[in-house]
Design a binder for this molecule. Structure first.
Ligand SMILES: [Zn+2]
Length: 306
């Protein structure tokens, strides 16, 4: 009897170790292997998996490699609010008109926390949003609003055109997305003065393309070593001029009509001329003179308190 008790006492710690190991192997508790992918794996070069815990907002499913549930929820809220504003801006209320990629019926956002590529990238049905910090606060919030508005504008265009790559020229699609981003956020500074435009023109005088934004039809058209960030500011200025009542006075509905033409197979240049009253090549020839005149009369005066 005494021997049996001693044997049991010897087994007790071993039993505790076995129970502890058993808990570790419980299939319900370990992290889920990252094997699932969304439309980004098909329509971008980034064949990324996600953590298996997407968050559903009204308009988006938010995926990530490692964002917290709180960040997914917060970005979903930011994106829902901005998407509604974009629909209102374009006076577009029939979302049943959207053409999603085969097999999809909702937009996606992929929050990139740890993949090496620092990109914000729109594709047919969604966009990738990169953030290196664990939360979206302060200046990061301002920047998130800009990125969400910029990329959601691309997604809006994708869902109307209903195809894998957009039919608009680079200067136009980046111009409208940057413009819509800047309407609510100050994360990117827009060109407001004639002197800023003149300095761009003189800096680019001897560079291929002479800094003319309308010559950037495709990404391959950017001159070697071009500062794309500066080009995007020029694209924004052109689109602002096209839409402003003090510029060419076209409307956001004209932009939607152009997207529909592209869905129907028309070329960008034919549709642009139909809806905006000037050919793309004429605009290219006249763009700097037109922007000079626009900024001369609409330059935002510097406030005394600035
Ligand atoms: Zn863009």
């Amino acid at each position: 009897m005494k021997r049996m008790l001693r044997r049991a006492m010897w087994f007790a710690p071993l039993l505790i170790v076995l129970i502890a190991l058993g808990c570790k192997d419980d299939p319900a508790s370990p992290s889920i292997p990252q094997t699932e992918k969304g439309a980004w794996a098909r329509y971008t070069p980034f064949d990324w998996t996600h953590d298996g815990r997407p968050h559903e907002s009204t308009y988006f499913t938010i995926y990530s490699d490692a964002a917290s549930d709180e960040m997914k929820r917060q970005l979903g809220e930011i994106a829902d609010e901005r998407f509604v504003r974009i629909l209102r801006l374009f006076d577009f209320d029939d979302v049943s008109e959207f053409v999603y990629p085969p097999g999809y019926s909702k937009m996606e956002i992929y929050i990139n926390r740890h993949h090496a590529e620092s990109i914000n990238w729109a594709y047919w049905g969604g966009f990738i949003f990169t953030i290196r910090s664990p939360d979206i606060s302060g200046r990061r919030y301002e920047s998130a609003v800009y990125i969400v508005r910029h990329e959601s504008t691309h997604v809006f265009e994708f869902l109307i055109e209903g195809r894998e790559s957009l039919g608009t020229d680079v200067w136009f699609k980046e111009g409208i997305a940057t413009h819509v981003g800047c309407l609510e956020s100050t994360a990117l500074r827009t060109i407001r003065s004639l002197s800023e435009l003149e300095s761009w023109i003189s800096q680019n005088r001897n560079i291929p393309g002479e800094g003319n934004p309308i010559r950037i039809h495709q990404h391959a058209d950017f001159p070697d070593g071009a500062d794309r960030h500066e080009y995007y500011r020029l694209f924004e200025l052109v689109v602002r001029y096209i839409l402003d009542d003090k510029g060419m006075g076209n409307s956001y509905q004209d932009v939607v009509r152009l997207f529909y033409d592209l869905r129907d197979g028309l070329s960008f240049s034919a549709s642009f001329e139909n809806h905006f009253g000037i050919g793309v090549s004429d605009l290219e020839d006249e763009v700097f003179d037109r922007l000079r005149a626009y900024l001369s009369t609409n330059a935002v005066p510097v406030r005394a308190t600035d």
